[in-house]
Write a protein that binds this ligand. Structure first.
Ligand SMILES: Cc1cc2nc3c(=O)[nH]c(=O)nc-3n(C[C@H](O)[C@H](O)[C@H](O)COP(=O)(O)OP(=O)(O)OC[C@H]3O[C@@H](n4cnc5c(N)ncnc54)[C@H](O)[C@@H]3O)c2cc1C
Ligand code: SF4
Length: 562
């Protein structure tokens, strides 16, 4: 198996372009800068974990979790699932070569065009008639596709379609970054071995079949094919200016703090693509050390309006849980994590629109689920059908799940839902004792989020299930939120009074409202100034494509897209 990351001994002390992070933003910057003929280096804090190496059992999964509590971190600093606890909002991000694309569901949605009319976007974005073109470029690389007709129909699709009809809202198959085709020589256009999806349902713990189009399967190999040098297990701490160049301060990821194995790399251009949390943290630390930045650094944090909830123990077979270490049952496949959506668009006010998707859960957590879901339903659930007949059937299914496991009974019939609404993006990220925190008082009290949860409750009722709301969203936790879609922190804006970067992702230096640092860019979720109302990866990718194009234009470089 060909690995993309090079041994550390090959790392040079100077490059033309250093890209920090390797998710959508980082992968795109690396590919585009390499295709512009630049000497590019990618620095990623996590490990290179390839298809076949992703966690499939509970023990393997637990080893791949790092949890950041207010004062301590538990777990390995290179573990794939990075969970950040904050009082107001908890965040899950990915860590590894490929970033959060390794652990996402791969849903590829373009936002409602009205989202880009929001005044928080810079004028160049609001009026950019070419914006769709950047989505198209990203699409040609990430190849989203809807679940194909020649694959077996999934019972979850029937259930979600039934809900859409009952709600009188459009049902659609969601385009997903998943490959369903058999390549002639078994390799995709980037020369990477790729197989068609086998319907295991484990997309969110990493696709072991190489079917998910993560950044590791397209942009990153494209970057390497064009000469980019990729290094893993290197954490960037901060950036400083030295004359016309940038100095990137790094440490070995395992050591975690400055001093242990620290070193520097110089570059003409630095692209920060360490994700919403990572890029903001690096810049906050750099600002403490003297880098001139906008005072808005850390602002406009959004959870993309995420609200999770569960329709537990419904009257319909759903197949909630992926196969994990078990062979895929071709008669009863789970299907990719997400394949369908309900579009609850508000034609009058885009801020009231809701997108609902359903998701399977990774097979590695199968053993925890029956008792966990039963307990959550008992403690916080609301049954939507009170007939005795119904209650008896439910009880029988709960017992069945407990005795025979998560792929039977109540758990088999459970629909896991996520609604994406619009939040006010009023969260603030800040550093305290060198640790990143997020403050967003009363974030969970927003009416749109309540509407999202109420929509899941209606879905539970339509399917005859028990509605279980987000377990941390209640009065005992001050309505704390959970998101896998963090945005903001380095928001784009017309000037440094309102934002941190311009429409190209170039960092404002704060000297005048529009003056920028030459050669310092942010290209990831951190630049998105508002919630998007749909899953954000596709938008992050399109904006990164746009920023690369503008960057190359400014430097007189030509990106070969051929
Ligand atoms: C469970 C889950 C499911 C999701 N499903 C979907 C979905 O279906 N559709 C969708 O659109 N979105 C989904 N998302 C969100 C989506 O994957 C992210 O929004 C997207 O990946 C963010 O891209 P990015 O480039 O901003 O950052 P990331 O992809 O997070 O990449 C940032 C990279 O930088 C690295 N890094 C961080 N700090 C440092 C540092 N100091 N030094 C070096 N490297 C660093 C990280 O390890 C990471 O590899 C999901 C997220 C989760 C958690
Ligand atoms: S369902 Fe399984 S094979 Fe298909 S993309 Fe997801 S993890 Fe890969």
């Amino acid at each position: 198996m060909t690995r993309l990351a090079k041994p550390r001994q090959q790392l040079k002390s100077s490059y033309e372009v250093v890209v920090i992070g390797s998710g959508y933003g980082g992968g795109i910057a690396a590919s585009r800068m390499a295709r512009a003929g630049r000497k590019v280096c990618v620095l990623e804090r996590g490990k290179e974990i390839r298809p076949g190496e992703y966690p499939n059992t509970a023990v393997q999964l637990l080893k791949q979790v790092q949890t950041h509590l207010p004062d301590i971190r538990l777990g390995s600093p290179t573990a794939m699932f990075d969970i950040r606890y904050n009082h107001d909002i908890n965040v899950v991000v990915g860590c590894g070569l490929g970033g959060t694309s390794l652990i996402n569901a791969g849903v590829a949605l373009r936002p409602d065009p009205r989202v880009f009319e929001d005044e928080h976007w810079p004028a160049e974005i609001r009026t950019d008639v070419e914006l769709e073109r950047y989505f198209d470029i990203a699409e040609s690389m990430l190849k989203p596709q809807t679940y194909p007709d020649h694959y077996p129909r999934l019972p979850r699709t029937d259930a979600v379609q039934r809900c859409a009809e009952s709600l009188q809202k459009p049902f659609a198959l969601a385009p997903i970054f998943v490959n369903f085709q058999q390549y002639e020589n078994g390799r995709n256009q980037f020369g990477v071995e790729q197989s068609p999806c086998v319907n295991c349902g484990d997309c969110m713990s990493g696709c072991n079949y190489g079917a998910k189009n993560t950044v590791l399967m397209n942009y990153l190999p494209d970057a390497a094919n064009n000469g980019a040098e990729i290094f893993t297990e290197i954490s960037v701490r901060q950036i400083e200016q030295r004359g016309e160049r940038w100095v990137v301060n790094c440490v070995d990821s395992e050591s975690g703090s400055e001093g242990n194995g620290s070193f520097t790399i110089e570059a003409d251009v630095v692209v920060l693509a360490a994700g919403t949390l990572g890029s903001t943290e690096i810049l906050l630390r750099s600002a403490e050390a003297g880098l001139r930045v906008s005072e808005r650094l850390g602002s406009r944090f959004s959870g993309n309006g995420d609200m999770v909830g569960i329709a537990y123990n419904t009257d319909h077979e759903i197949r909630l849980v992926g196969m994990g270490e078990h062979a895929v049952d071709q008669e009863k496949p789970v299907g990719p994590t997400t394949t369908e959506l309900i579009d609850l668009r508000d034609d009058n006010d885009v801020k009231e629109s809701i997108t609902l998707i359903a998701a399977s859960m990774p097979g590695g957590i199968a053993s925890f689920l029956p008792p966990l879901l039963a307990a959550a339903a008992k403690l916080t659930g609301t049954d939507t059908d009170h007939s005795w007949n119904h209650k008896l059937r439910k009880l029988a299914r709960i017992v069945q799940s407990k005795l025979f496991g998560a792929r039977t009974g109540a758990t088999l019939n459970t629909l896991d839902c996520l609604t994406m609404v619009h939040d006010d993006a009023a969260g603030q990220m800040y550093l305290d004792k060198d640790r990143l925190h997020i403050q967003w008082v009363n974030a969970g009290e927003q009416s749109t989020l309540k509407n999202g949860s109420a929509t899941i409750a209606r879905v539970a009722s339509i399917l005859g299930g028990t509605f279980v709301p987000n377990p941390v969203w209640n009065e005992f936790t001050d309505h704390s939120l959970v998101t896998g879609h963090p945005l903001g922190g380095c928001p784009m804006s017309d000037n440094s009074k309102y934002g941190v970067v311009n429409h190209k992702g170039q960092l404002y230096d704060g000297r005048t409202p529009t003056s920028v640092h030459r050669g310092l860019y942010v290209m990831d979720g951190a630049v998105v100034p508002v919630s998007l109302g749909v899953n954000p990866a596709f938008t992050i990718a399109a904006l990164a494509e746009r920023s690369c194009y503008k960057l190359a234009q400014d430097y007189g470089w030509i990106i070969s897209y051929a």
